[in-house]
Design a protein around this ligand. Structure first.
Ligand code: GAL
Length: 635
């Protein structure tokens, strides 16, 4: 399969006369895919029931006749204004209890039954009309679930749905009271109908209550998406995707992905740099025109897992965006680098957002592949270069990595509910491990927590899994490769209670967390091998071997055979010190990649990426700034 390119297009924004010329130019630029429709509801149905689909018929026909394949988006991220008149209570509510207003997008509550019916209706109309259209080769549900902080809603519809969810999960109210520990502070309920949402409490709400509400909110996204996916599948054989976002972790993407054929995500490397990567100002400055060297790769690996191997970049930044604190232009070469990095990680397609820069409304300052006057914009030459390279080069071969990292959205929720120290997050912990492994030259597969077969992996890293069910524990204990647990592994039961025997309670690994503490950012605890525990550490007891200590003499890593436990949140240097001997023992070559140099192995090739703004000379190879090097693997 050849890798493909595409773009996001809004025919409803432009006069009909432009469409054919646009399509022709897309084909010339080497694009295969054109995604349309995902925000067009008010044009498809200007007033309730008054459908205007002829323009969409025509757009699909014009694009398809030019040789493009259409990805048709369902328009449910932008309910039109009349919908709010019909259902004033469909708006999501923020934690202060205020309705979020009409006037941008994503202004709906996932729990509102009336809005769900409207979504099912419009999706059914589109799926029936275009399900067998030869030009509609893929679908997209909605747009970026969770973006703009929209997973969680404190509306009345959410409250009622949450009560039903609790009843289904716990059966009777006494069981819920016991599971949540509601005797503490006399929080016992007599009836499910009394259960409130966990906002506006006088002080901190019960963490079990908050975690349950987060799980419920995640399940609402899953069922909202499933509703659409099932309707599309009933009428169309074309695959369906959703376009996920960077560092949005408040719903379980694996569960949404189970109902879709393809995962995709929207990659804005420079947009994400300042507020999602979580890096120091000097790092942000160094990568201001490139994006963080590891952030995209982590998401590529994550969404490959969400898509069970089938995944795309649905939106790729082609120039400055409009929404980050600062919006510089990318270094020449970065659009090509980002595209090839996605392909090296297995993306089937990379689509650029957007075709032509919009002269109106919120995203006037967002670059496209064309300027508002239709002249080629900065990225076009690089897109053509990628087009030519795809045509000439061999295809990227799929590959199972030897290092695995487990990512668990439920653990992310548990850390968010109870971080124990300011700034501590599960995503941040996993990202630090990932960064360390990448700088050590490793290619990584991300696995979901339901994984039971770890064959082929020499090193399996499972940091921060606050709750681990017995089946996951057993599968990890039985794995052939070395398994690294901790910190906080198995720290809570399924309902956010400290289990006894005390954590981590891993059979075959004689380690018990005796005490724990969170640390001020200015008070790290040094590790003997280099690096430090930052933010959080545990004090361990037990008979397992102590293989690394903190400078204050406490166990930092304990080990029995193929199982290790790490007693804290190490910084990148600390993870390097901890993981290097384990990688070497497993026969993995450990590198020390300089600056922004990163690599990704496929079955037959090694791709090198220099995210740096300066040339790098490494092991006899010269890497220009913002460049890609593709070579046959020698090992
Ligand atoms: C994405 C979104 C697009 C557009 C883009 C701008 O998050 O899906 O519709 O808003 O950002 O960067």
């Amino acid at each position: 399969m050849k890798r493909t390119l595409g773009t996001c297009y809004y025919p409803e924004h432009w006069s009909t006369e432009l469409w054919a010329k646009d399509a022709e130019r897309m084909v010339e630029a080497g694009l295969t895919w054109v995604r349309i429709g995902e925000f067009a509801w008010s044009r498809l149905e200007p007033t309730p029931g008054d459908l205007h689909l002829e323009w969409l018929d025509q757009a699909i026909e014009v694009l398809g006749q030019a040789g493009l394949k259409v990805v048709l988006g369902t328009p449910t991220a932008t309910p039109p204004r009349w919908m709010i008149d019909k259902y004033p209570d469909m708006l999501a509510h923020d934690a202060e209890g205020r309705a979020r207003k009409f006037g941008s997008r994503r202004h709906y509550c996932f729990s509102h039954a009336g809005y769900r019916r409207e979504c099912a209706r419009i999706v059914e109309i589109l799926a029936r009309r275009y399900g067998k259209n030869p030009h509609v080769a893929a679908w997209q549900t909605d747009n970026e679930y969770g973006c703009h902080d929209t997973t969680i809603s404190y509306s009345e519809a959410a409250r009622r749905a949450f009560q039903e969810w609790c009843q289904a999960r716990y059966g009777d109210i006494a069981a819920l009271n016991a599971a949540w520990g509601n005797i503490f502070w006399s929080m016992d309920y007599n009836d499910f109908a009394q259960i409130e949402l966990p906002n506006l409490t006088v002080t901190e709400p019960n963490p079990a209550h908050v975690l349950a509400f987060r799980r419920f909110s995640s399940d609402q996204v899953v069922s909202f998406n499933r509703l659409q996916a099932e309707i599309i599948r009933a009428h169309s054989a074309a695959p369906t995707a959703h376009n996920y976002m960077g560092r949005i972790t408040d719903f379980d993407h694996f569960k949404v992905g189970d109902d879709l054929e393809i995962a995709s995500w929207d990659s804005y490397p420079m947009g994400f740099l300042e507020d999602r990567v979580g890096a120091e100002p000097a790092h942000q400055k160094a990568y201001a025109r490139q994006g963080d060297p590891d952030f995209q790769a982590l998401h590529h690996d994550l969404y490959r897992a969400v898509g069970r191997g089938r995944w795309w970049v649905m939106e790729q930044q082609p120039g400055p965006v409009n929404w980050a604190p600062y919006n510089p232009a990318p270094l020449p070469g970065m659009v090509r680098l980002w595209s090839w990095e996605a392909f090296a990680h297995g993306a089937e397609a990379v689509c650029y957002f957007r075709w032509r820069q919009a002269p109106m409304a919120q995203e006037q300052l967002h670059a496209g592949l064309l300027r508002p006057d239709s002249v080629d914009a900065q990225a076009m030459d690089e897109v053509r270069a990628v087009r030519d390279e795809i045509a000439q080069a061999p295809d990227v071969a799929p590959h199972q990595a030897r290092v695995a990292l487990i990512f668990d959205y439920d653990a992310d929720a548990a850390w968010a509910v109870q971080p124990h120290g300011a700034g501590l997050s599960y995503f941040g912990l996993v990202f630090d491990v990932y960064k360390a492994l990448r700088a050590m030259g490793q290619s990584i597969d991300i696995l979901r927590p339901e994984t039971r077969d770890f064959s082929g992996y020499d090193l399996i890293h499972a940091p921060g899994l606050m709750h681990m069910d017995a089946a996951l524990k057993a599968a990890l204990i039985a794995a052939q490769g070395h398994v690294v647990f901790g910190p906080r592994s198995g720290a809570r039961d399924a309902d956010m209670t400290i289990p006894v025997p005390l954590p981590p309670a891993i059979a075959g690994l004689d380690v018990t967390v005796d005490r724990l503490e969170s640390l001020r950012p200015d008070s790290p605890i040094a590790l003997e091998g280099g690096g430090a525990f930052t933010g959080y550490r545990e004090l361990l007891q037990g008979g397992a071997d102590v293989v690394l200590r903190t400078a204050d003499g406490e166990p930092a890593v304990m080990r029995s055979g193929q199982l290790s436990y790490v007693a804290g949140w190490a910084d990148v240097a600390g993870w390097r010190a901890i993981l290097t001997p384990l990688c070497q023992e497993a026969g993995l070559t450990v590198l020390d990649l300089p600056g922004g140099l990163r690599l990704r192995d496929t079955a037959s090739e090694r791709f090198w990426f220099n995210y740096g703004a300066a040339p790098i000379n490494y092991e006899g190879r010269q890497f220009a700034p913002a460049s890609v090097l593709r070579e046959t693997r020698k090992d």
